[in-house]
Each structure stands twice: as structure tokens, then as C-alpha cells.
Design a protein around this ligand. Structure first.
Ligand SMILES: Cc1ncc(COP(=O)(O)O)c(C=O)c1O
Length: 365
């Protein structure tokens, strides 16, 4: 199975069920489009619309990071931000550290860019093992480390403050770039952790994020703050994309400015918490021994099944029944996590979803 086929969707998600916040967002974008006059004849500035960058900076300030708008560049999503970050920092053949298990989109980028990968173990609760990373740095000449400090996928882990500080200290000592994937950062329902940028005293963190996970995947709107590599990153965006769509950016900026985003996010976080609980309750009734994470943010949890269960086989059997799951092996280059599974709680709970999940244990034999 290829990594590009990976997504977790269980039956029961109704694409026609549009939340009120998204309706409001769409109205903001429509208004911005109607206000457009001669813009269609010109490209936006490469770094993106200042009003949207201003709104992103205001949100960053709530998370311990006083970002200037000149430090931010709008992208077409977090995947593009990660791509630009790796392009700016690395040359073909360089070694990049990633967390294992970690986001398969990063593994795809590293493969595409001809970069070598070193996997650093990550705990399902506290994320990247910074002590193990320190040891790895003795053996490898590592250029960059890609890390999700807050609600990492697939586990939902968040790094404690001392580990974050230690990571920044290692970056300084070993002359590294830290590429922070913060796409789930704002989803937290108990706390919204500070960004890694909040402790980035030497400007070595490249912060990458987007609205895909908390608002809309279809906006294709993200951002990057490139630290000491920022000017190169903006140049790379210019050469690869020229500019972003201005009316979408302005519509989203208005949605932020009039409080629509904050209100939407408050409701969405509650909904995610409820959906996580529903999923955990159901998993508690499974007749097989499992270990499940219980994240306080993000859209998915990580399941460890009995050793002998092969989740690629389970994936194929489940697919025949119309159920799509994400096998653990996708989250590493080295064939680990074959008895693990990422399960999403991003979609509203339905009877069809519950029944599909109840069928999974019978497909494990
Ligand atoms: C951890 C992580 N980073 C980045 C991305 C890419 O996000 P975007 O849709 O903003 O490009 C995803 C999407 O699945 C993700 O899970």
C-alpha cells in the first residue's frame, strides 16, 4: 500500500453537513470576492496578504510568540510549508531527523527531495525523545529535525516544556534547523500549547502550519515563519508559486478579525473532545487487549494491538468491508509499528461509524 493512499475515513461522515462556522467563513470569502476590483490583473506580494499575516500574528501572540508580519509567509498549506523549509535548509543527500512514528507526508517529502532519514523514537505521550536525539547527533551529521511538538500525528503526543527547551539547546549546539509542524496546535481542548517559536531564542525554528485540520482542508491556506532562513523561503515561494489568492486570504482574515474563527474553534474543540471520548468508549468494549492514547488535541489516536496483528492485512480486510483505517507502518520508513493503527475521531459519531469500528476486531484473526 502506498503512503499516498493513506487516509482514515470510516463510513458515516456526511459531507453535506456544513457547520455554521464554515457557512460564515464562506460568506466572508464571498464578500471578499465581491469587493475585488482590479486585483485579478495583479499578483499578490509573495509573502501574502498583510491583513491575514496580521491575524496569524495575533493568534501566535496567544501562544507565547510575538511574531512580526514580516516573519510570516502565506503558503498553500502545511505540506508546502514543510517542503519550502526542507528546500531552504537542505541539499540533496543531507540527513534529516524525524520522529517515529511520524507524519508520512514528511517521509514522502524527504524521499522526493533525495534526503536521508534518521528516525528518532517518539513516545505516544510525550513525543520526540530528545535524549535519544542527542545521542543520534553524536553519530550523524544532521541538518534538520522535523517535529510536531503539539498533538503530533499519529499519537496525539505533546512535548513537555523541558524537552522543548532541550531541543532548542541542541539545535544551537549542533547548528541545526528545527522544522516545527504545528498543524494541530490550536486544536487542544484542555490547553493550547505555546508554539516552539516561543522558546526559539536563536531563530532556528521554522514554524509551519495551516488551517487544514482546524478549519478547512479545501482552503489550501497555510503559513511559514522561516527564522534565519525566512528570506530564502519567501524567494522559494515566489519562484514556485508566484503568489497566493488574495480574495481567499482577505476573506479568511475578515473571518478571523470579526471573531468568527475563535467562536468556531471553541465549538470544534468541544466536538473533538466528545468524539474522542465516544471513540475511546467504544474501544473499551473491544474483546482484544489494546493500548490506546487519549490525546487532548489533534484529530486521531494511536492504537497498539496484540503483537501478532498485522494492520496492513487488517487494512485490506477492512477495505473489503468499506472501512478505511491507517496502518501503523505508514508512519515510519523502517517497517515498525506493524501492529499499530491510527484511528481518526475527526468526524461526527454515527451509528454506521460505530458499527464499522465494532467489526474491526473480528477482522484481526
Ligand atoms: C502533521 C501534518 N502536517 C502537514 C499536513 C499537510 O497539511 P496541509 O493540508 O495544510 O497541506 C498534514 C495533513 O494530513 C498533517 O497531518
Amino acid at each position: 500500500m502506498s503512503r499516498s493512499a493513506a487516509f482514515d475515513l470510516l463510513p458515516g461522515s456526511d459531507k453535506n453537513d456544513v457547520p455554521a462556522g464554515i457557512v460564515q467563513l464562506n460568506r466572508s470569502i464571498s464578500r471578499a470576492l465581491r469587493r475585488q476590483r482590479g486585483d485579478f490583473q495583479y499578483y499578490d506580494e509573495p509573502a501574502g496578504d498583510p491583513s491575514l499575516r496580521q491575524q496569524i500574528a495575533l493568534r501566535a501572540a496567544k501562544r507565547g510568540w510575538q511574531a512580526e508580519i514580516d516573519e510570516l509567509c502565506i503558503t498553500s498549506g502545511c505540506q508546502q510549508s514543510l517542503f519550502l523549509a526542507l528546500m531552504a535548509v537542505c541539499q540533496q543527500g543531507d540527513v534529516v531527523a524525524v520522529e517515529a512514528p511520524g507524519f508520512y507526508g514528511v517521509l514522502q517529502l524527504l524521499e522526493q527531495l533525495g534526503l536521508q532519514v534518521v528516525e528518532i523514537p517518539a513516545s505516544a505521550e510525550t513525543g520526540l525523545d530528545v535524549g535519544a536525539f542527542e545521542q543520534t547527533l553524536q553519530r550523524w551529521d544532521i541538518k534538520a529535525c522535523v517535529v510536531s511538538p503539539s498533538f503530533a500525528t499519529p499519537t496525539g503526543a505533546s512535548m513537555p516544556l523541558h524537552a522543548r527547551a532541550h531541543l532548542i539547546e541542541l539545535a544551537e549546539r549542533h547548528d541545526l534547523a528545527i522544522i516545527e509542524d504545528d498543524i494541530y496546535g490550536e486544536s487542544g481542548w484542555l490547553v493550547v500549547p505555546d508554539t516552539l517559536k516561543a522558546v526559539d531564542h536563536s531563530n532556528r525554528v521554522i514554524h509551519c502550519s495551516s488551517l487544514s485540520k482546524v478549519l478547512s482542508r479545501d482552503l489550501r491556506l497555510g503559513w511559514i515563519s522561516g527564522g534565519r532562513w525566512h528570506d530564502d523561503i519567501v524567494r522559494l515561494k515566489l519562484t514556485s508559486q508566484l503568489a497566493s489568492s488574495r480574495f481567499i486570504q482577505r476573506g479568511v482574515a475578515d473571518f478571523f478579525a470579526d471573531g468568527g474563527y475563535a467562536a468556531y474553534l471553541r465549538r470544534y474543540r468541544q466536538q473533538l473532545q466528545q468524539q474522542r471520548d465516544q471513540l475511546l468508549d467504544l474501544l473499551g468494549t473491544w474483546p482484544v487487549p489494546i493500548r490506546a492514547t487519549s490525546p487532548a488535541g489533534g484529530l486521531a489516536l494511536w492504537l497498539e494491538l496484540p503483537e501478532q496483528v498485522d494492520t496492513i492485512k487488517l487494512y485490506n480486510r477492512a477495505l473489503d468491508e468499506g472501512v478505511v483505517i491507517t496502518p501503523g507502518e505508514l508512519f515510519s520508513m523502517s517497517g515498525k509499528f506493524s501492529n499499530c493503527l491510527r484511528l481518526s475521531f475527526a468526524h461526527p459519531w454515527t451509528r454506521a461509524r460505530a458499527e464499522a469500528l465494532m467489526r474491526l476486531p473480528s477482522l484481526m484473526a
